[in-house]
Design a protein around this ligand. Structure first.
Ligand SMILES: [Zn+2]
Ligand SMILES: [Zn+2]
Ligand SMILES: [Zn+2]
Length: 216
């Protein structure tokens, strides 16, 4: 009986806490299109890559962008920044010739699904979409997410269910919050608060991958 009244009291406290610290989120759209990206296509081999806007790999933008050594040295894979972009299989000198096809907004989930098709620049400037650091006020776990991802906070209010948040690299679910209620039960969902958003170069985001998270 006791735990039945304790639970709504806890829920009230945490709800108040959350709304104090965070902007009021609308209902979870389930698929936040918050990341500005560019789709590129090689004119020679037809290979498609994506970059985080405004990272530019266009063959017409700079003379260096057509030089094979420059491509291999500066353009690396988002999913593995130690690995260079593929060599163009059809051009005589291994260099791709990229044309910008479209610039659009996509969701962190879709970026995760296509993470092997994303290129990051070793020598790039900050990208348009910002990154936020988050932290659970209860178990102190912290990590990063793209600005605009709701980190499933709405569902997070339903206690005893872990939020649907996944790792950008592995795709695995976030470990449950190990904070225990007075009753001895685990809370399971993290009480996430988000820091202010900051701009990062894409290569830095690639290096954060193991602690970069997205909601469904
Ligand atoms: Zn979401
Ligand atoms: Zn090519
Ligand atoms: Zn936690």
């Amino acid at each position: 009986m006791k735990r039945f009244w304790k639970f709504p009291v806890m829920a009230f406290i945490f709800t108040a806490l959350l709304f104090g610290a965070l902007p009021a989120f609308a209902k979870d759209s389930g698929d936040e299109r918050v990341i500005e990206v560019i789709r590129w296509e090689c004119f020679v081999c037809g290979k498609q890559y994506f970059t985080f806007a405004p990272d530019d790999i266009g063959g017409k933008t700079k003379a260096e962008h057509k030089i094979p050594d420059y491509q291999q040295k500066n353009w690396v894979m988002f999913s593995d920044p130690g690995k260079s972009i593929s060599k163009c299989p059809k051009s005589g000198d291994d260099a791709h010739m990229f044309f910008k096809k479209e610039e659009f907004k996509t969701s962190p989930y879709i970026v995760h699904e296509r993470k092997n098709d994303y290129v990051v620049l070793k020598n790039g400037g900050p990208i348009k979409t910002k990154i936020k650091k988050w932290r659970c006020g209860l178990c102190k776990k912290d990590g990063f997410c793209f600005d605009g991802d709701d980190m499933d906070l709405w569902e997070g209010l339903i206690f005893k269910n872990p939020q649907k948040v996944f790792n950008m690299g592995s795709g695995s679910s976030i470990p449950v919050c190990n904070f225990k209620l007075i009753t001895g039960e685990e809370l399971k969902c993290h009480m996430v608060t988000l820091d202010s958003a900051k701009n990062y170069p894409s290569i830095e985001i690639a290096k954060l991958m193991s602690n970069l998270w997205y909601s469904d």
